[in-house]
Design a protein around this ligand. Structure first.
Ligand code: NAI
Length: 368
């Protein structure tokens, strides 16, 4: 399979507003792969296998041809490989350059490091693009939200450097580098330009973390000067959270370091229907991993109740990066029609449908 341009992968789930040419505008045209599309499939754990299987069913119903290179990761593979992230998984993504991934649980407080974070680091997936926009038929307090959180994926408090100084005192070290901050800032502005967006908000806490967040915001400022046509705004992260739930329409593209991106994107998901509906792309120079914003949802795992829309929307982002705009739109139109009809909604959206009933309804719509 030829390579998927990282820029192409920035094509987002914003189908109703994006022009069909967007991925090409991102420079993908020369490198677009062709069917059959070989995709590393990482079902993950918890609800992962359920929502990934649902997504595969719907993507295959587009009529496009896929080769799914299935790879397992997470706690279940430790007895077999001695690690939750076998090299086979990483190598498969490197080979195929693209993966569709379900969530993978991380033990709290003890145990192995996050497979999700390790995968992003090993593959150099420095940018996490997380769109949140109002979906037709989903009842939410605000209408017409259309924002994109761009999360720095490689450093910050996710650097994994922590230790016990003395018993009773633990320290986590936040790493912020000029190189990674300039890279994510430039990514955000280029994303804004290629997706015809007007504004970039850099989110920070530089009033308190004057050196680390100070460096991050300084880098954003420097890059902003190169893009005079894009409005630039800075906002402190606590105020950002408040503004998101009072005046969310002021936000367009938002760029921030790792932990803020994690938290703010969950908040943004809540504005548009919850974690069951928001997809994302983890983008690096050599590979892209598409996954939902949500985790493994152990409270509903194995019950057939999960909403697969979030992984599906990640899959739609993947289709656009492949240049398959027509198939992407057919999937989205079918999902939106099912939402509007309201008869086959999963529990998180106020309905009673199972995952499979939702899938059947979407596929039926696609075939109508
Ligand atoms: P979570 O996102 O798994 O669940 C939060 C709430 O949202 C739960 O009530 C859950 O039922 C609901 N929810 C999530 N996805 C849903 C869906 N598709 N349909 C319907 N409801 C859905 O967050 P939580 O519980 O904090 O994390 C659980 C595990 O997932 C943890 O081990 C965490 O480390 C891991 N995680 C993995 C991620 C990844 O693989 N990228 C991302 C976030 C968390």
């Amino acid at each position: 399979m030829s390579s998927t341009s990282p820029a192409a992968a920035t094509e987002t789930a914003e189908a109703t507003t994006a022009t069909p040419q967007t991925a090409a505008q991102d420079g993908a045209s020369a490198a677009l792969p062709s069917p059959p599309y070989t995709v590393t499939l990482i079902p993950g754990d918890g609800i992962g296998p359920e929502v990934v299987d649902a997504t595969v069913q719907i993507l295959e119903a587009t009529g496009l041809s896929f080769v799914w290179d299935r790879q397992d990761a997470g706690a279940d593979v430790i007895p077999r490989y001695g690690t939750p992230l076998p090299d086979e998984v990483v190598n498969a993504v490197i080979k195929n350059k693209v993966a569709l991934k379900g969530p993978i649980a991380t033990p709290v407080g003890t145990g192995f490091s996050s497979v999700n974070v390790t995968l992003r680091k090993r593959l150099g997936l420095f940018a996490n693009v997380r769109p949140a926009r109002t979906l037709p038929g989903i009842n939410t307090p605000f209408k017409d939200i259309d924002l994109v959180v761009i999360r720095e994926n490689s450093e910050g408090l996710y650097s994994g450097i922590e230790h016990v100084v003395v018993p009773g005192v633990a320290q986590s070290i936040k790493i912020v580098t000029e190189a990674a901050s300039l890279r994510i800032a430039r990514f955000a502005f280029e994303y804004a330009v290629s997706h015809k967006r007007k504004k970039v908000t850099a989110v920070h806490k530089a009033n308190i973390m004057k050196l680390s967040d100070g460096l991050f915001i300084d880098c954003c400022k420097r890059v902003a000067r190169e893009f005079p046509d894009i409005e630039y705004q800075e906002m402190i992260v606590d105020n950002t959270c408040m503004q998101l739930v009072t005046k969310p329409h002021q936000f367009d593209v938002m760029v921030m370091e790792n932990l803020y991106g994690d938290i703010v994107s969950d908040l943004a998901s809540g504005l548009v229907g919850g974690l069951g509906v928001t997809g994302s792309a983890n983008i690096g120079p050599d590979a892209v991993v598409y996954e939902a914003v949500h985790g493994s949802a152990p409270d509903i795992a194995g019950k057939g109740l999960a909403n697969p829309t979030a992984v599906l929307m990640s899959g739609v982002m993947m289709l656009r990066a492949f240049g398959e705009f027509d198939a992407a739109k057919r999937v989205e139109d079918a999902v939106f029609a099912v939402f509007k009809e309201g008869k086959h909604l999963t529990g998180d959206l106020g309905g009673r449908a199972t995952t499979q009933e939702f899938v059947n309804a979407v596929i039926q719509r696609m075939r109508a």
